[in-house]
Design a protein around this ligand. Sequence first.
Ligand SMILES: Nc1nc2c(ncn2[C@@H]2O[C@H](COP(=O)(O)OP(=O)(O)O)[C@@H](O)[C@H]2O)c(=O)[nH]1
Ligand SMILES: [Mg+2]
Length: 361
Amino acid sequence: MQIGIVGLPFSGKSTLFQAITGTIIDAHALARGDVHHGMVKVPDPRLDALAVIYRPKKTVHATIEFVDVVGLKKGESGSTQFTTNFFNNVKNNDALVQVVRAFANDAVPHPDGTVKVVRDVGTLETEFLLADLAIVETRIDRLKKQLGKAGDAQAKLELPVLEKCHRMLEQEKPLRDVEFTKEEFAILKTYQLLTLKPMLIAVNCDESQVNESSRLVEQVAAGKSGARTRAVAFFGKIDLEMSELSAEEARAFMGEYGISEPAVDTLIREAYALLGLQSFLTAGEDECRAWTIRRGMNAQESAGVIHSDFFNKFIRAEVVNFTDFVAHGGSFTKAREAGCWRLEGKEYVVRDGDIMEIRHS
Ligand SMILES: Nc1nc2c(ncn2[C@@H]2O[C@H](COP(=O)(O)OP(=O)(O)O)[C@@H](O)[C@H]2O)c(=O)[nH]1
Ligand SMILES: [Mg+2]
């Protein structure tokens, strides 16, 4: 699973990438605009709470991969150029974070001269819609030629799905906001359509915009009601500075700004959820850990994420929800005595934040 950070030049993509990966990219690499990959810890206050109770040797967060996507250039005429290279870099991602600039900084040029969040979201969206339209039209033409010939079953299956996409794209509707059946999704998967990817719009605000940020988020989110589009704010400059501080210094820093956690922490969790991912937790003195599963995975499949033996030899899962677990001192026994412990079978659909212990043969 990989999330691509996209957006216009100088919107703050590399700033965000550095803040969430905790790496510093040197100025030359930034100027060259290299593609950067990084594994990012999914911040999880529940895991932190378990670590306080257990004081384990190791605390392991869930991780997701982020990519600082490049390929967008400022063109000769001053406008933004959407290169083939850019679309190829975008295509490989499972979800996208679109960084939109809201911060004012005279030292940083805006490719279109002024800072306007809604316009910029539209600029990228239009390019993605056109790119998808081109792919869909080419494919429809090709499939139509196969109709009536031997072995045209696949074409008959794919054509209505692509025509549905075509209608939507012509109405400027991104495919992520369209309802598709499982079968339709399976067909569309191979095309790597850009507007089908879940999208998190990330509005990059200045420290002076702390109070304004939720209004900006509402503006960019207006009219985007689909479950696969979300919007959040972050504070590129502050978030990057904060990522370089110790935990204690960061707390003091946040106190000054009156914030309870770095905005990028929320952003990472939103991106994780947008991918359809969630975590269950295991607790012990050796290790407290968040394990990544897809929403809807059952207890046996989830056990298999820990170890394939746990899948093959699964008997039952002991489950306590996070709040109950902590309320009972992080003890399965005490939770059991209090009646909030459950023994679940294979088919139990695991919930986000379940604390589990797998019983296997
Ligand atoms: N004032 C201010 N400057 C920022 C912010 N985020 C990024 N910048 C600056 O904007 C410039 C472009 O940022 P960068 O992350 O390299 O943009 P990219 O081209 O999208 O990767 C850099 O000089 C950053 O320091 C922010 O939130 N506030
Ligand atoms: Mg960059």
